[in-house]
Write a protein that binds this ligand. Structure first.
Ligand code: SF4
Length: 645
């Protein structure tokens, strides 16, 4: 029997005033400790400076979150955000994201996902939800026409996302959509995900933050209420243009058919397919993992709300809790993580391991990197089978590795150590383990070997969220427009792609689903959608992108991050890459020079701290004051250059 924890708190009240269109709505603040909620207007000034989604999340976290908060404490805030263009007829703009301080990295973090939840947020009238505090007992939030309810989730604790979502639909109606966690989030595995339908906000432990708050789900069932653009006729015309572009775009066709698995052969050819814990860069059995071979296993298409690309694919599961069902996957990142990275090229194992992670609610990249770390420790005799609860962790030993994933999800034995993430696990083990942990700022590395794509390496090293492949992707290094093995001159390129990514994350434009759109098109779309002049030129939009990267940087500076943390694992700087075709014997020889170029392009000091003048130019007065104080007190951490390892 469901009962509101505090029915009196269902006090939805209309807010006064509104932005220029209903495309940017309002903020719902939820306090779990006090079982209290309120609605707030998002100030026009913040919308004009940051648009929506990642931009708004960054400024709210900077403004509201005190420094040095433990990410797993009630003081950490969890933000759910949808983009200004979400829920409209635009294709591939209806994803949503989660932001918080990450329990893996201790930095600001954002994790993007699909499914329907973001659009349901729009229908409910919210562009941003800020969840604060911690519930006294397992709780879920339900939003419907009656308001916001705090409900008892004791009976839902322990459920995987499928059973949970089914139960929420039974409780609140079949149109209910939710953002929810599985057992790994409850068990405080540091890389737990948040599910939305079959999709996940995977990286950075956003599900762990949710679990630490005793929050199992946020569910919504409200009538459809489409946002109205500022200039409906122009906006409609632009949607038509986008659809026409997409119909003809070759990359859209590839994504619609093969999805991200098409990438495997390209990265293998470039020698940047991370193999055996980033020791090697390609595998001879790549045909087994090609997009075509995964296509053979595809049973149905899948995708996010209002996306004609629909890049996902449903495939059969043969092992684990989801045996005899289908999952939407695997993506390229899961293929690398449960394939070459751990010494395998078995498609069905990859799908089954993907499903196992889904059942517990864990990020497949971080899980795969932790498993690969354990395999290398085992291969080098640093740990024994006894240390690993009797498991045989030989490279490619499917039975042992599958069991290890399960142990991580349950947070049992050796799995509990790996559930801390590869950085903390290595710190606990000490000695040689420290140089085998493949992470940047605590976030496990993605499926692109940094030594073979020097600009990408710089982007990962400087990313404000740690080792992410989605913080700034230099397409030029993949298209042949820039030599991926050349280091010099990449600083400016990476500063530019990171700004563009920040802009796209603030719309939210799906990297795979917005094919063919450029800055001019974004300008026209935003103008038609919102009528806000500040979005009226490509230059202004790029400026917003830089503002977002800079405010995120300032958040991290306050947390003690600077140049020494813009670092790649020692392996990438010292150990020549093996079995990597054109990238064989590569290292990142001069990261310091790359950092100097990058800092210069963004107006940072040589300690990697945004310069006062540039912050003023970016209209970030709150950051100016903060950085000035820190610089004058020397509180912006230790001076000096990059550390080891
Ligand atoms: S391209 Fe794929 S990830 Fe992007 S919106 Fe479409 S279905 Fe979702």
């Amino acid at each position: 029997m469901l009962s509101p924890v505090n029915p009196e708190s269902c006090n939805l009240t209309p807010i006064s005033g509104r932005p220029m269109s209903t495309l940017i709505a309002k903020l719902l603040r939820i306090n779990l400790t006090d079982t209290f909620f309120s609605e707030e207007k998002i100030p026009d000034r913040q919308i004009k400076r940051f648009i929506s989604a990642r931009g708004l999340g960054a400024i709210y976290l900077f403004d509201e979150q005190a420094p040095a908060v433990d990410p797993l404490s009630p003081d950490n805030k969890l933000l759910l955000l949808v983009g200004a263009l979400g829920g409209t007829g635009l294709q591939g703009f209806s994803k949503w994201m989660v932001m918080s301080k990450s329990p893996l990295t201790g930095t600001i973090f954002r994790s993007v996902t699909g499914g329907n939840f973001g659009v349901w947020m729009k229908h409910a009238g919210y562009d941003l939800m800020i969840v604060e505090g911690k519930a006294a007992a397992p709780t879920y939030i339900h939003i419907d026409e009656g308001g916001v309810q705090f409900l008892d989730a004791t009976g839902l604790w322990g459920l995987d996302y499928r059973r949970l979502q089914a139960q929420l639909k039974e409780n609140h109606g079949q149109r209910t959509e939710s953002a929810c966690i599985g057992p790994a989030g409850e068990n405080i595995v540091r890389y737990a995900v948040i599910h939305s339908g079959e999709r996940t906000a995977s990286r950075g432990g956003m599900g762990t933050v949710m679990g630490s708050k005793n929050l199992k789900a946020v569910s919504i069932n409200v009538p459809i209420k489409k946002p109205s653009p500022f200039d409906p006729a122009s906006f409609k015309e632009l949607i038509k243009t986008q659809v026409d572009i997409l119909k003809e775009h070759p990359r859209k066709q590839t994504m619609a058919t093969l999805g991200t698995p098409y990438i495997t052969k390209i990265v293998n050819m470039m020698g940047i397919l991370p193999t055996k814990n980033y020791q090697e860069g390609s595998i001879p059995t790549i045909e087994d993992l090609s997009g075509d071979r995964f296509f053979e296993l595809k049973k149905a298409r899948a995708g996010c709300y209002n996306c004609m690309t629909r890049c996902g694919g449903m495939r059969d599961v043969t092992l684990g809790p989801f045996k005899d069902s289908r999952i939407d996957g695997p993506e390229y990142e899961t293929i690398f993580a449960f394939g070459p990275l751990i010494g395998l090229s078995d498609r069905q194992f990859i799908i089954d391991a993907n499903a196992l992670c889904d059942a517990y609610g864990m990020d497949t990249i971080s899980t795969g990197v932790c498993v690969a770390f354990a395999c290398e420790l085992f291969a080098r005799g640093i740990i024994s089978s006894e240390d690993a609860d009797g498991l045989n962790l030989t490279w490619g030993n499917k039975e042992g590795l599958f069991s290890l994933i399960e142990k991580i999800g349950k947070s049992q034995g050796f799995g509990r150590l790996l559930g801390e993430g590869v950085k903390r696990a290595a710190e606990q083990l000490g000695g040689d383990a420290l140089v085998l942990a493949m992470h940047i700022k605590g976030l496990e590395l993605p499926g692109y070997e940094p030594r073979g794509v020097k600009g990408y390496a710089l982007s990962m090293a400087t990313s404000n969220i740690g080792g992410s492949h989605m913080y700034g992707r230099p397409r030029e290094e993949f298209s042949g427009q820039a030599d991926p093995l050349v280091e010099s001159g990449k600083g400016e390129m990476i500063a530019r792609v990171q700004k563009e990514q920040a802009l796209e994350d603030s719309l939210i434009a799906c990297t795979f689903g917005n094919t063919g759109l450029d800055l001019t098109m974004y300008t026209r779309l935003l103008l038609a959608a919102t009528g806000i002049d500040e979005f009226g030129s490509a230059e202004k939009l790029v400026n917003i992108g830089e503002r977002i990267v800079s405010i995120e940087r300032c958040f991290n500076i306050r947390e003690g991050f600077e140049r020494k943390d813009d670092m790649l694992p020692l392996r990438m700087r010292r150990e020549p890459l093996q079995e990597a075709g054109p990238a064989t014997d590569q290292t990142i020889a001069n990261l310091e020079h790359l950092l100097d170029e990058y800092y210069q392009a963004l107006g940072y000091t040589d300690r990697g701290i945004p310069g006062i003048e540039r912050l003023q130019k970016l209209d970030l007065p709150e950051a100016v004051e903060d950085i000035k104080t820190r610089m004058s007190t020397g509180a912006a951490v230790s001076p000096g250059r990059s550390g080891e390892p």
